[in-house]
Design a protein around this ligand. Structure first.
Ligand code: ACO
Length: 431
């Protein structure tokens, strides 16, 4: 085994190196704790928290592989449920496995009447990610027989319940905001098709989703399905390392994803475009102001991609397809169509501006997905729940890999303490 050597003053340490199949090898530093040192790495820029076989990212070369398969190929030839299976099991399913998986999910898509009442008890204007996290967490209370994570059968069932019901829950969040009745699932339709119906159908009228929207939303779910050890996935793993059940760990992931620096960026992008439109300011001066003030422009930059985000390329492609379809005027009012022009200008200016180029700040996936969700018919507040819907298979796969890994220990980072040393309490009248 390769070894790294570390010298701290007179102390010398030999640290084992874990070989990667692709990407950086890992220097195992755990033994340093026995010698009075910790490693300090704010934001975990260079800290791997686990070995994983699920997703590989090469941020310098725009590569994203799920279990070795490039997302471009999966977007072209696969579908979301097959990708969910792949992430969890490591191999593509046989026809029989795939059919069985789809049937298993279909038969768990409905939620009970008490759960519907629970969903109806949230205020209509509630923040959708708060409702989603609460609803996923509440599944543990509604299906308590599936929370024992030491029983593989129960863990399988919890995985199926979350995968199946998340779609229904997200559609309920959407409809409730609009004071519309929550619809029952229709097992005769595909996963994405039925999701769109549950969101957009008028209950007393037949509903047909259009093929391009079904296809585009299916691709968005695929490109969001996993992204190795990002903020929300790390939260899922750390919660799970304490043996929090799958529902609780995924609810924790939903909460982490809600932040505007993470999954919430797709909504932030749309809000930012609205601010530019409403200010009457030119896009160029908005960019100059942001550079001068050190404000971050939502939808640009990524911790890992220092080149094009391959997910952004897929999202951009489908955005262009939907825009080219010719019915944009029917789908969006004029003031919203203006946002698409502003986005094009912003992309053009930022991708040529030395500030962004020199810092490798490219448009990320969130720059395009909000616009895509909008043209499919969703309001900005729903964008991050849609991201979460796509990410659920990844969270499940990562949680299960964490649990199965004999090397897993409870996630408990250390710190370098820089506060006051020991001192004595001063009574209040002497301060
Ligand atoms: N706009 C302007 N400047 C930026 C941006 C941005 N969006 N992002 C980074 N920078 C600048 C930083 O100010 C810094 O400049 P400096 O070197 O002069 O100090 C430099 O670029 C490097 O930034 P870091 O902070 O090192 O980048 P980090 O990897 O920590 O952050 C992040 C990545 C959080 C995504 C950041 O780029 C950002 O805030 N982007 C906007 C929010 C966003 O779009 N998030 C979605 C990410 S994708 C996802 O979660 C699916």
């Amino acid at each position: 085994m390769a070894q790294a050597k570390l010298n701290v003053d007179a102390s010398k340490f030999d640290l084992p190196v874990v070989k990667a199949t692709q990407g950086p090898d890992g220097i195992m530093v755990s033994s340093l704790a026995n010698d009075g040192f910790v490693t300090l790495d704010p934001g975990f820029l260079t800290t791997a928290q686990c070995e994983s076989k699920i997703t590989f990212i090469d941020g310098k070369n725009s590569v994203l592989l799920y279990r070795g398969y490039p997302i471009e190929q999966l977007c072209e030839q696969s579908d979301f449920l097959e990708v969910a299976w792949l992430l969890r099991h490591g191999e593509l399913p046989s026809r029989a496995e795939y059919d069985r998986f789809c049937a298993d999910l279909n038969h768990r898509t409905m939620v009970g009447e008490d759960f519907r009442s629970f969903m109806a008890s949230f205020p209509r204007a509630a923040q959708p990610m708060s409702v989603l996290a609460s609803a996923i967490n509440a599944l543990a209370a509604f299906y308590p027989d599936t929370t024992d994570i030491t029983d593989p059968g129960k863990l399988d069932e919890a995985s199926r319940i979350i995968m199946a019901k998340a779609r229904t829950i997200v559609s309920y969040i959407y409809r409730r905001r609009r004071d519309e009745p929550m619809l029952y699932p229709d097992v005769a339709r595909g996963y994405v098709d039925d999701f769109l119906r549950m969101c957009f159908a008028v209950p007393y009228e037949p509903y047909e989703s259009d093929d391009l929207s079904i296809h585009a939303l299916g691709r968005l779910l695929i490109i969001h399905a996993d992204h190795e050890q990002n903020c929300s996935t790390s939260v899922v793993r750390i919660a799970g390392s304490a043996h929090a059940n799958l529902y609780s760990a995924i609810a924790a992931g939903v909460n982490a994803l809600s932040g505007p620096l993470h999954g919430g960026a797709n909504e932030a992008v749309l809000r930012q475009l609205e601010v530019i439109r409403d200010s009457g300011e030119s896009v160029a001066s908005f960019v100059e102001d942001a550079k001068r003030n050190g404000t971050r422009i939502s939808g640009f930059g990524h911790r890992v991609y220092k080149c094009h985000d391959p997910r952004a390329e897929v999202a951009k492609h489908y955005l262009q397809e939907l825009m080219a379809r010719g019915d944009v005027d029917d789908r969006l009012p004029a003031d919203e169509r203006a946002l698409f022009d502003i986005a094009t200008q912003l992309e053009d200016i930022a991708t040529h501006d030395d500030y962004f180029v020199s810092r490798h700040l490219y448009p990320n996936v969130d720059f395009y997905t909000g616009l895509l969700y909008r043209i499919i018919g969703f309001e900005p507040a729903m964008f991050t729940p849609l991201f979460a819907l796509g990410r659920i298979p990844g969270w499940i796969a990562q949680y299960r890999e964490m649990l199965a890994d004999p090397g897993t220990r409870i996630g408990r980072p250390r710190q370098v303490y820089t506060g006051r040393t020991r001192r004595d309490y001063v009574p209040m009248d002497q301060r």
